[in-house]
Ligand binder design. Structure first.
Ligand code: B16
Ligand code: MG
Length: 214
């Protein structure tokens, strides 16, 4: 890749595993609406915004709702999700993350968050990483969800770095596509048979170092 000058991290699935909390809350909602929601179904929601996730869920249940009903359902799911993540602490930071952040700081390479989640600031505060990020771009700051590159382009802009000098870490297909569309080097955290089109693949942040990106 071009010289590494900044790093952009997705949150859910890269820094911390919140997918299990999202799954529990979506499953409860689906059950209340009269259908089941499986872990495989949940894979389709990774990296997808809250309202788009609800639309996928309703499609799975063959249900049609109006905008007002959708707002109520999304709010109900979020209330439970926020309650469920309220007990999170730094022990939930995924392996290798803190060591890599420390290596970046030691080498004066700034890093930002690029997440679809509107709950990103709460989560970062819970796990004690909020103050370590040079910029936080989340679901509250963007108008176009991943795979649109907006979230990562805003991150690069806030860090005053050109897109080609940025690395993106992502665990979702929509996020990999967003990073590529932004013109960045994308490292997928996950299975190459499921995640397509990244520049590099790791199973865990433990495998990452600045040297690997040089
Ligand atoms: P919220 P990421 C995404 O976060 C999650 O992967 C996705 O499952 C979730 O629906 C989305 O955030 C919105 O989250 O309801 O908290 O706003 O992976 O982009 O960090
Ligand atoms: Mg993610």
């Amino acid at each position: 890749m071009a010289t590494l000058k900044a790093v952009l991290f997705d949150l859910d699935g890269v820094i911390v595993d919140t997918a299990k909390h999202h799954f529990k809350a979506w499953k409860q909602l689906a059950n209340e609406l009269g259908f089941d929601f499986t872990e495989d179904d949940n894979e389709r929601l990774k990296g997808v915004s809250r309202m788009d996730s609800l639309n996928i869920l309703l499609e799975i249940g063959n249900l049609v709702k109006n905008d007002k009903e959708k707002e109520e359902l999304a709010a109900r799911k979020n209330e439970r999700y926020v309650k469920s993540i309220s007990k999170m602490d730094e022990s939930e930071i995924l392996p290798g993350v803190q060591a890599f952040l420390t290596e970046l700081k030691d080498n004066n390479i700034p890093f930002a968050l690029g997440s679809a989640s509107k709950n990103a600031p709460i989560i970062l505060k819970k796990i004690g990483l909020y103050d370590q990020f040079n910029a936080i771009i989340d679901g509250n700051s963007i108008s176009n969800a991943k795979p649109d590159p907006e979230v990562f382009l805003l991150g690069a802009e806030e860090l005053s770095v050109n897109a080609e000098n940025c690395v993106v870490f992502e665990d979702a297909q929509s996020g990999i596509e967003a990073g590529k569309a932004a013109g960045m080097y994308v490292v997928a955290v996950g299975n190459p048979n499921i995640l397509k089109g990244a520049n590099d693949y790791i199973n865990s942040m433990e495998q990452m170092s600045i040297e690997r990106l040089s």
